[in-house]
Design a protein around this ligand. Structure first.
Ligand SMILES: *Cc1c(COP(=O)(O)O)cnc(C)c1O
Length: 369
């Protein structure tokens, strides 16, 4: 890897840990096939590297967000078929049909378009029926389910071989989730009278860790592969951390008492304060919402409070307790001392957003390939 300047911040990725977390997903739901979700650059870890690391692990699909990600997988030589999790635009569908990527349908308009493209190219397109059991984002609604058999019978180039749904609150509402599971299972058996489904799936990480879904034979873990458990489960402790975020000190100075720190001077020193300027900012995905929220960084074994606002490329930390600090020294922002869940909580968001915000300016360094 070449860079214009020495990296001021980087992401360290443990591919072996991601493989171990996939094994844990398999052990949590024995006999269930897996669709590792690698959308959004594999949650900040790097799309191609993660997909290559899992490609030979016996997985059924890779979950991606769009055709651009699917194309990147095939260009990287990945053999596992991409599954496009969300609806595709009309202009994406030809490429889906030509490559035999797996897509979902939520409307008859999509079904008809895929049918005519597949017929034009003389192909049979495997496709999954998306059913809305409560997420409200995509899928046929319950009053449409009974009519799907007749409506899709007239589309011979579509092979309806899966039925997909999604949990909106598997990590926070067990009562609703149990009702939803019954509705999904009923839908699978109703639709199973007309379609021969090879893949029935509804669970992402939280569903996989906390529920058994009758009739489901495929699961779509994302966050848990990256070492974070969205729910308390007996398997949570088995998940290994997969990502560390590091930066480096660029300056060490001592500010006098009464001196402001960063934009808006939202922090004023109340004593002479040794401060480090650190080469990471919100342009790298270190959230500006961490400003003045009690966030910290880890330097030479010491927990150091962040002072003032996060700026675009730099932050400032109180390093009064760190002896012998010089420019170039390493700073941990996410890692064994600072979990991503803590960063998310302080920033008022969720770990998914912290991970997927880690920007392209951060080089990814891989271990355990
Ligand atoms: C992103 C996504 C997942 C993965 O969710 P996690 O909570 O990260 O496990 C699974 N299914 C669908 C449809 C998704 O959009």
């Amino acid at each position: 890897m070449t860079h214009d300047s020495p990296p001021r911040a980087w992401v360290d990725v443990d591919l072996a840990a991601i493989r171990r977390n996939l094994e844990t997903a398999c052990r949590a739901l024995p006999g269930t096939q897996m669709m590792p979700v690698v959308k959004a650059g594999a949650y900040g870890h790097g799309l191609e590297a993660v997909a290559r690391a899992l490609d030979m692990e016996g997985v059924t699909f890779f979950g991606v967000a769009n055709t651009g990600e699917a194309r990147r997988l095939s260009r990287a030589g990945v053999r596992t078929r991409p599954f496009i999790l969300g609806p595709a635009f009309p202009e994406e569908r030809e490429e889906i049909v030509l490559n035999g990527w797996c897509a979902t349908i939520s409307t008859m308009e999509e079904a008809q378009h895929y049918q005519s493209l597949a017929a034009m190219y003389g192909k049979t397109l495997p496709i999954h029926l998306c059913i809305d059991t409560g997420m409200g984002r995509a899928g046929f609604l319950p009053d449409e389910w009974a009519g799907l058999g007749d409506a899709l019978e007239a589309m011979p180039n579509l092979l309806i071989d899966g039925v997909v749904s999604h949990f909106p609150s598997a990590d926070e509402d067990p009562v609703f989730t149990e009702v939803q599971i019954r509705e999904y299972a009923d839908a699978v058996s109703l639709l199973g009278n007309r379609f021969r489904f090879r893949f029935c799936h509804i669970s992402s990480s939280a569903g996989l860790l906390a529920y058994k879904v009758p009739g489901a034979n495929l699961a779509r873990p994302g966050l848990m592969l990256y070492g974070v458990s969205p729910v308390a489960s007996p398997w949570s402790d088995a998940l290994l951390p997969t990502l560390k975020l590091f930066s480096r000190v660029t300056l060490v100075r001592t500010l006098p008492a009464g001196h402001g720190v960063a934009y808006g001077r939202t922090f004023i020193t109340d004593r002479p304060t040794k401060v480090a300027t650190i080469g990471i900012g919100y342009a790298d995905g270190w959230p500006r919402h961490l400003s003045n929220r009690g966030a910290r960084v880890w330097i030479h074994g010491c927990s150091c409070p962040m002072l003032g606002r996060v700026t675009m490329d730099q932050i400032i930390a109180d390093v009064t307790n760190v002896p012998f600090l010089v420019p170039g020294d390493e700073v941990e922002l996410i890692g064994s001392h600072i979990p991503v869940t803590e960063v998310a909580e302080r920033a008022g968001t969720i770990p998914w957003e912290i991970l997927t915000s880690l920007g392209p300016r951060l080089p990814r360094v891989y271990h355990g390939a």
